[in-house]
Ligand binder design. Structure first.
Ligand code: NAD
Length: 359
């Protein structure tokens, strides 16, 4: 059966990088991938057209799609919208919530060709291959009550950090299963010395552990995890954590790999429907210049093929093509170093396409 793929280019560099990823997707279709591709609006682009960051039409298309490829949303143009519910980021949070995309997989893999681009010494990071499993639809980003209100003559801002046992258990299972398929080590990150919600988090992880006897479970406080990630990142195989801690730690892990422009991500719901996007944002500082790195978005297509479309052979072909292009010394500005050839977004897309189609 033909499956539907929805492309949401978004804002800033989003349209530039998704254009290159769509060329690879088209090459996959030419190689036999049976999908129907359509486009939609999300974020600032949707606000400009419809006054809403997540228009009903986009949500309808998203529900009908097996997988969604998103560029990125947001930018200074929309930062002054006073009604926070209309900001581009709300479109993204809304689509995650509406589709129940609770499981965010954020791999941090250091391509050996880029070891020099990492902010850490090459020996600390070369061969790094870790997966951060972040809970995406709960925690403090969604907890109620929330707001800013007047109390005793001054304004007070407040949010609620909340997780139910069932929410913790379902993300825990995703992480244990991921660890089982990889290096069999799972580190659960919390702040159980201070926050009750993460005391419960830790209890639920411990309760699940006997069901996965091959996986070695450990616990770490988030402050220590941040330190360990930059001290000795190769100690980790799979990390599981809540929404906010995962947001922060996965960006730190991204930097270890040399460029946030290299990292894909997947957000899955219980039926395997997924949204795939680069880990980075809309990079307004370089938008429209044609210099953004499209590789994270192209690698997001590979994750889409693997996790939502069950096409791991095509996924591996894309990943190999990216490796080949790096071997050939081609780099966008963000990952360039001495002796490499700096190319534009489009030229990088061209090169990946040629490598993908090479026999
Ligand atoms: P960012 O990731 O957009 O940019 C951080 C830095 O990395 C910038 O210097 C940027 O030029 C560079 N960069 C990012 N992606 C790159 C790429 N593919 N190639 C080359 N360089 C790249 O983060 P930010 O500056 O904090 O946020 C900018 C906007 O993006 C904000 O509006 C923010 O809300 C939004 N944002 C969106 C998402 C998302 O859509 N998932 C995620 C994070 C931030």
């Amino acid at each position: 059966m033909t499956q539907k793929i929805l492309i949401l280019p978004g804002d800033g560099i989003g349209p530039e990088i998704t254009a290159q990823a769509c060329r690879i997707l088209a090459a996959c279709q030419a190689s036999g991938l049976d999908v129907e591709v359509e486009e939609g609006l999300l974020g600032g682009a949707a606000y400009d057209a419809h006054g809403e960051p997540l228009p009903a039409e986009t949500l309808e298309k998203a529900r009908a799609a097996r997988a969604i490829l998103l560029g990125a949303v947001g930018g200074p143009k929309w930062d002054r919208i006073e009604d926070l519910s209309k900001r581009p980021e709300k479109g993204l949070l809304g689509i995650r919530k509406e589709l129940g995309l609770f499981g965010n997989l954020r791999p941090a893999i250091l391509y050996p060709q880029l070891a020099e681009a990492s902010s850490l010494k090459p020996e600390l990071v070369s061969g790094l291959d870790l997966m951060i499993v972040r809970e995406l639809t709960g925690g403090i980003y969604f907890g109620q009550p929330r707001g800013i209100e007047e109390r005793n003559g001054e304004r007070v801002g407040f949010n609620t950090y909340v997780y139910s046992e069932s929410e913790i258990e379902r993300i825990g299972r995703v992480a244990f299963e991921m660890a089982n398929k990889r290096g069999k080590k799972l580190c659960s990150v919390d702040k159980a010395n201070v926050l009750e919600v993460t005391i419960l988090w830790r209890e639920v992880m411990d309760r699940l552990a006997p069901e996965y006897p091959d996986v070695e479970l450990s616990h770490m406080y988030v402050d220590n995890a941040a330190m360990q990630l930059v001290r000795a990142p190769k100690q980790f195989d799979v990390i599981v954590t809540g929404n906010m801690f995962g947001d922060i730690l996965s960006d730190a892990a991204a930097m270890l790999t040399g460029s946030i422009g290299m990292l894909p991500s997947a957000s899955l719901n219980e039926s395997g429907q997924g949204m795939y996007e680069p880990c980075h944002g809309s990079a307004p500082d370089i938008a429209g210049k044609g210099i953004a790195n499209p590789l994270a978005t192209i690698l997001s297509v590979a994750m889409m093929l693997r996790y939502s479309l069950n096409e791991s052979v095509l996924a591996a072909r894309i990943e190999a093509a990216v490796g080949k292009v790096l071997d050939d010394g081609l780099r966008t500005g963000d990952i360039a170093s001495t002796g490499t050839q700096t190319v534009s977004t489009r030229e990088m897309g061209d090169a990946v396409l040629v490598a993908f189609e090479a026999p």
